[in-house]
Design a binder for this molecule. Structure first.
Ligand SMILES: Nc1nc2c(c(=O)[nH]1)N(C=O)[C@@H](CNc1ccc(C(=O)N[C@@H](CCC(=O)O)C(=O)O)cc1)CN2
Ligand SMILES: Nc1nc2c(ncn2[C@@H]2O[C@H](COP(=O)(O)OP(=O)(O)OP(=O)(O)O)[C@@H](O)[C@H]2O)c(=O)[nH]1
Ligand SMILES: [Mg+2]
Length: 462
């Protein structure tokens, strides 16, 4: 039997590596106060720690009488704490070397180094937060846009938990009805209000489940973002577009075809969607060795892209090379970007007639015109077709989505059984299955190995 690690007192540096104004070490567990008392010399000798108050003093190496840092320390006795255990925080000067040294003393005094996510895992195991809230903590730390943070904060406040809980309530109500019917089989069908059950199933279970599943896509996009690759033959203005989107001279631009070799990646925030935008080498035949490597890389990135900005030069007719590249990317979600609009005073060419159809946006990367239209087109290409782009913070992640789909399948079976007048026992089994799938989302019935996978996504000290 492995030792019960949940009884350990754990410690970690909770601020990021590097130097900052202050750095915080957090300790959680039954030994937290005893460890603090061994290392911390309060300025106000003999004072007792007031719960949830900052105390000024020094960290002193035991035995050596050597002051390591001037700090503020706080003792928070269970259960009003992050982990629901006794928690101590030491607010030091923000030097990572110094923090590591103090952490070593804490470990020598009896604490164990916390695993990544272990503080939050304890908050979950001790019942302060459900699993969706714990996952929201990861999302907050990883969010790439303000909208991503807003949606994670809503989840931390319980938005997703409440939606799941409401569905569980509907199922519990159904379960209660069905159990009465199972307990009094003689009363037969009269006692089961079939129509009532069907109504609860539809309105309180099936429809809310469908809505949550539909918003999982949005969650994926807001969490992970999308990759958008700018592709085109040399010299059409791909790097100029990257710079225009970033409002920064990020990539080299010259009139010489074949300027960009290696791909260049940056992040953009388009209406809250994190967009990884990638400028690539212009694709052409017969390039020299280094350029050829860049072209190979560009082709791989094109295959992996969520969206391709296929760029052509609007001031000239399409070449065979443009058309070949178009055929290469035609199967991908695509926006045709027609550049150098500023050179087309004498009227615009009809690219559809030349075989390139689909959403097209005219821009001038050099003059920075049409860029806002292009941003809107990118947003529409990502969000368009999704009838709900919700603002309520209910954006299930992939794990939630899979459990929701299994719950939905169980719900469908309940509907079939009700319609066919099947036995109550059979219906009860599917209600239970549906409840368990939802329980897995909030952490009521989640297997240990799945919990491990979730909590190891955290960074150290969280
Ligand atoms: N210094 C410091 N700042 C921090 C954290 C921390 O752990 N330490 N947090 C770490 O993520 C976040 C704050 N999150 C927290 C969430 C709950 C509790 C807490 O003690 N909850 C108790 C008591 C609430 C109360 O007093 O009413 C509870 O819910 O029972 C503390 C911090 C952000 N800032
Ligand atoms: N007139 C005009 N020239 C442009 C425009 N956009 C880019 N150019 C010019 O076109 C040339 C090529 O621009 P780049 O952005 O380097 O083109 P690229 O597609 O990245 O080229 P490679 O990296 O070689 O594939 C440069 O001289 C730019 O100044 C535009 O909107 N109008
Ligand atoms: Mg370039």
């Amino acid at each position: 039997m492995p030792a019960d690690r949940t009884e350990d007192t754990i410690a970690a540096i909770s601020t990021p590596p590097g130097s900052g104004g202050i750095g915080i070490i957090r300790i959680s567990g039954a030994q937290a106060l005893a460890i603090l008392q061994r290392l911390f010399q309060p300025h106000d000798r003999g004072c007792r720690f007031r719960s949830h108050h900052l105390h000024y003093g020094h960290i002193v190496q035991p035995g050596a009488d050597r002051i390591l840092d001037e700090v503020l320390a706080v003792y928070m006795p269970a259960p009003r704490t992050y982990t629901r255990e006794d928690v101590v925080e030491i607010h030091c000067h923000g030097s990572y070397l110094l923090l590591s040294r103090i952490l070593e003393l804490i470990l020598a005094a009896g604490a164990r180094l916390a695993d990544p996510g272990e503080f939050t895992k304890r908050a979950f195991l001790n019942g302060r937060i459900d699993l969706t809230r714990a996952e929201a903590v990861i999302d907050i730390l990883a969010a790439k846009t303000r909208k991503g943070i807003d949606q994670a904060q809503a989840q931390l406040a319980g938005a997703l938990y409440q939606r799941i809980e409401a569905i569980r309530q509907g199922l519990m109500q159904m379960k209660a009805y069905i159990e009465v019917a199972i307990d009094f089989p003689d009363e037969d069908a009269e006692i089961v209000d079939l129509g009532g059950l069907q109504q609860i199933l539809e309105q309180q279970v099936a429809q809310p489940l469908q809505r949550l599943i539909a918003s999982a896509d949005q969650g994926r996009i807001l969490r992970d973002g999308i990759s958008v690759v700018i592709a085109g033959v040399p010299n059409v203005g791909k790097s100029s577009l990257l710079n225009a989107l970033l409002q920064e001279e990020r990539a080299l631009v010259t009139a010489i075809p074949g300027t960009t070799r290696d791909s260049i990646e940056e992040y953009l925030d388009i209406e809250g969607i994190p967009v990884r935008i990638i400028d690539t080498a212009g694709i052409r035949d017969h390039a020299e060795e280094v350029e050829e490597l860049g072209i190979k890389r560009a082709k791989v990135l094109l295959q992996q892209a969520d969206l391709v900005l296929f760029m052509v030069d609007g001031s000239r007719d399409l070449s065979e090379a443009d058309l070949r590249l178009h055929r290469l990317v035609a199967a991908k979600p695509l926006i045709v970007v027609i550049n150098k609009a500023d050179l087309c005073q004498d009227g615009v060419r009809d690219f559809a007639a030349q075989g390139i159809t689909g959403a097209a946006v005219w821009i001038s990367a050099r003059r920075q015109t049409g860029i806002e239209d292009l941003r809107r087109a990118i947003f529409a290409a990502v969000v368009g077709g999704r009838d709900q782009w919700q603002e309520d913070g209910c954006a299930p992640n992939l794990r939630h989505r899979q459990a929701l789909l299994r719950a939905e399948a169980a719900g469908n079976r309940i509907a079939e059984s009700l319609a066919a007048g099947s036995s109550c026992d059979l219906i009860a089994v599917d209600i239970q299955e549906c409840l368990e799938q939802l329980g897995e989302i909030v952490g009521l019935t989640t297997a240990d190995d799945i919990l491990d996978v979730i909590f190891t996504q955290f960074c150290l000290g969280k």
